[in-house]
Design a protein around this ligand. Structure first.
Ligand SMILES: *Cc1c(COP(=O)(O)O)cnc(C)c1O
Length: 398
């Protein structure tokens, strides 16, 4: 699958245009918590601008209002997503919380599609942020709208089943209501939801954008009007991204296309071999025709991606045997790292859901989610085949 040729170039250079003029090669890191001023009126004007949602001002004043290292990462990500702006937060959940809080001014109701990331489901269902939620399918968005609907939230590919959502179709149904797409699984390398009309594109930057399992972060790419609202929420609530994390994320962008391309090739190989394995009841991967009935790969997505899920025969106990018998892969939640991660959604990431919500989202007890990393495909397959042998052994003993 061909990736956009200019993407690799932009990933290396985005947010760095002024470095040569500054006389430096690497991204500068500014760790200041406060900033000296020479004239009070200048500092006051800067403060007013930043509190109102400007991204930059002559004096950053205080680290909760602005950080230049984080702003560079935001510029870089916005360029890759094709949006005017991006606003970074302390985590993916902090980013989503900021959007929901900002949207509250427009109404008290949210429409969201299932399946979706477990904590997103939990955050909306428990109504902690004072917004009522209606859960629906991507087909049901239009019917779920109310006069006070302020936001539509969807996720594609969806965590953990890799179900795909046609963003253009959801945006059309939403009409004037802004649509947020959680695009964590795809990254801007594989899809840019703003091109299909999404007002807000969210990432858990903890995953592919950081890419090395050592940063927790979130980011929302959007137009300037939304960015101003999100910066206001960030200034007021303080869910900041630390500048060292901003630096690591920005550095991570440079290798993002390369990492996705390599891991995607391996994921395609593993998906094909899993399909043929007797211990595997089903494989969910956007590259398989059955998983992409409306052919979104090639249109909305530039490739099927690096994430896959599969169901083992024998339910929960079989899934347990599989995750406990890998040795090269890391049995752990999270995704998008250089190493391959295997986890059990019903037991971990989607445990917080009710049984009904899990069933509605297609999260079977025997479902496993694989985030394919950069190891050799044959080494990964040998590891997986060993774990599946443990699943088959369990069936024989039972
Ligand atoms: C991990 C994840 C989140 C939450 O992000 P955090 O950085 O862990 O707060 C949201 N959406 C998806 C799809 C995720 O995978």
């Amino acid at each position: 699958m061909e990736l956009r040729p200019d993407l690799a170039t932009r990933a290396v250079h985005a947010g760095r245009q002024d470095l040569a003029a500054l006389g430096v090669h690497a991204l500068p890191i500014d760790l200041s918590s406060t900033y000296p001023f020479s004239d009070l009126d200048g500092a006051t004007a800067s403060l007013d601008a930043l509190v109102a949602g400007d991204q930059r001002a002559p004096n950053p004043v205080y680290a909760r209002l602005h950080n230049p290292t984080v702003a560079r990462f935001e510029d870089g990500l916005a360029e890759l997503e094709g949006t005017a702006a991006a606003v970074a937060f302390a985590s993916g959940m902090a980013a989503l919380t900021a959007v929901v809080l900002a949207a509250r001014a427009d109404g008290g109701h949210v429409v969201a599609t299932r399946p979706i990331y477990g904590t997103t489901d939990h955050l909306l269902t428990c109504e902690l942020l004072g917004m009522e939620v209606t859960w629906t399918t991507p087909d049901g968005v239009a019917d779920a709208l109310r006069p006070d609907t302020a936001l539509v939230i969807t996720e594609t590919p969806a965590n953990p089943t890799l179900a795909l959502v046609d963003v253009e179709y959801v945006v059309a149904q939403a009409g004037d209501v802004p649509v947020l797409v959680d695009s964590t699984f795809a990254t801007p390398v594989l899809q840019r939801p703003a091109e299909w009309g999404a007002a807000l594109v969210m990432h858990s930057a903890t995953k592919f954008l950081g890419g090395h399992g050592d940063v927790v972060a979130g980011v929302v790419a959007c137009g300037e009007a939304w960015a101003r609202r999100l910066r206001q929420v960030r200034v007021a609530t303080g869910a900041l991204l630390h500048p060292l994390a901003g630096y690591l994320l920005h550095r991570g962008l440079t290798t993002l296309p390369l990492r996705i391309e390599r891991a995607q090739a391996t994921a395609q190989t593993l998906a094909a071999r899993l399909l043929d394995h007797d211990a595997v009841a089903a494989v969910h991967y956007p590259g398989l025709e059955a998983c992409d009935p409306t052919r979104l790969v090639g249109r909305q997505m530039d490739g099927p991606g690096t994430m896959l899920a599969f169901e083992v025969e024998g339910g929960y106990e079989a899934a347990r045997a599989a995750v406990e018998h890998v040795s090269l892969m890391t049995p752990a939640v999270s995704l998008g790292s250089v190493d391959t991660l295997l986890q059990h959604p019903a037991g971990l990431t989607h445990r917080v859901l009710s049984d009904d919500a899990r069933a509605e989202g297609g999260i079977a007890p025997g479902l496993l989610r694989l985030s394919v990393g950069l190891e050799g495909a044959d080494d990964l397959w040998n590891d997986l085949a060993g774990a599946l042998a443990a699943v088959e052994h369990l069936a024989v003993v039972a």
